[in-house]
Design a protein around this ligand. Structure first.
Ligand SMILES: Cc1ncc(COP(=O)(O)O)c(C=O)c1O
Length: 366
């Protein structure tokens, strides 16, 4: 991979570092600097630089504010026991960026610029790297059309930014076990339809999903289990995560061929680990009827969601139109726990990286 170096403008107003890592939460704090780069038609990507993380001027008529021609990624940097900072499968994020960019008619950022940009800004903000168990540095690369235009055509100028946010442990794992969430089975709204943008990481998918997530709270549920758009019959994703269901000894997840599922990097890692452990993993359609029947007859052993933010999130209960269906004993299952411990262990360098997934950066936490 080619390495790029970029000029740095340091902030003259460093922020106070969060002192209590137990209250970091998810992206409640952003570091002092960010990476920025511009794209102009005919010139390509140019002027990569590290600059203070502060508000940027944007014209009210800028196309992204009206037609949402934007895309983003989500990844994390982890502190190894020796202090070196590493990222996880960045090639997969770069490939997903490429697919999203193609769908959104946005010029993609190649992997070596993505990784060099992350490294450059992490170097400046290495002292922001949290150290307690369960914490990490969330990385948010995003690109948006930045041009005064109401023409609903692809922009000719784009801005690429990478933000860093020290992030806390997603779960209270005081008992050593992940906590299990309640999830509402969504039968009214849909997240993504065939031919749409479900497989791409674009803001519109998330804005359009907020009504459903908000309504789920009425049932004391953390988020929703999405069903397919055409028939409202097959399970797809859980909130902003991929979904896995263990019925007896078969672990099932929705296939990617419909184009409605975001191809999660954690999802792919879970599939590879389960295969490595000799478990039965099927990428197949699973109907809500089959799932609820399995919940009733006791063959449904586990449900869990996978994603960069929380790694693995066990689901203890499904709510269907107000009726609860408990998943096994309602607690985190053994496969979910093993996956969490292995994945987070590999990511933080505590478990040997037997899959070759980690990418150590030339940056050491302070
Ligand atoms: C809709 C959706 N599904 C699944 C995922 C999980 O993807 P990843 O494992 O790459 O974080 C995400 C992102 O976090 C997402 O937004």
């Amino acid at each position: 991979m080619q390495k790029y170096t970029f000029p740095v403008t340091r902030t003259t107003h460093p922020k106070a570092r969060p002192t209590d890592e137990s209250t970091l939460g998810f992206c409640n704090y952003f570091t002092d600097h960010m990476f920025m780069m511009d794209y102009d038609e005919g010139q390509g990507w140019h002027d990569g630089r590290v600059v203070p993380n502060e508000p940027i001027p944007i014209d009210p008529a800028s196309c992204v504010l009206h037609y949402a021609q934007m895309m983003f990624e989500g990844m994390k940097a982890y502190r190894r026991p020796d202090g070196q900072i590493q990222i996880f499968r960045p090639d997969m994020n770069a490939k997903r960026m490429e697919r999203t960019a193609e769908r959104m008619v946005i010029p993609t950022v190649p992997e070596d610029i993505l990784v060099s940009g992350i490294e450059a800004v992490l170097k400046e903000d290495a002292d922001w790297m949290p150290r307690t168990s369960g914490t990490s540095m969330y990385i948010r690369p995003f690109i948006f059309g930045n041009e005064i235009s109401f023409s609903a055509l692809p922009a000719k100028h784009y801005t690429f930014i990478i933000l860093l946010a020290p992030t806390g442990s997603y779960y209270g794992t005081t008992s050593g076990k992940l906590s299990a969430a309640r999830i509402y089975v969504q039968d009214k709204y849909i997240r993504a339809a065939k031919g749409g943008t479900g497989f791409a990481k674009v803001g519109g998918n998330y804005g359009g999903a907020m009504r459903a997530s908000e309504d789920a709270k009425k049932y004391n549920c953390k988020d929703v289990l999405w069903l397919d758009a055409a028939e409202h019959k097959y399970v797809e994703e859980i909130g902003t995560s991929n979904a896995f269901f263990r019925i007896n000894d078969e672990v099932i997840t929705a296939p990617l061929d419909s184009g409605t599922i975001l191809p999660g990097i954690t999802r792919d890692s879970v599939i590879q680990l389960l295969k490595h452990w000799g478990m039965k993993i099927s990428e197949r359609k699973l109907s809500i009827d089959e799932l609820l029947a399995a919940a009733k007859d006791g063959s449904l052993k586990e449900i869990f969601a996978s994603g960069t933010a929380a790694v693995i999130s066990p689901i203890g209960c499904l709510n269907v139109k107000g009726t609860d269906y408990q998943v096994a004993d309602g607690q985190a299952g053994e496969v979910a726990m093993k996956l969490y411990n292995t994945l987070y262990g590999i990511q933080t360098g505590v478990v040997e990286d037997f899959m070759g997934w980690t990418y150590p950066l030339d940056v050491y936490a302070k």
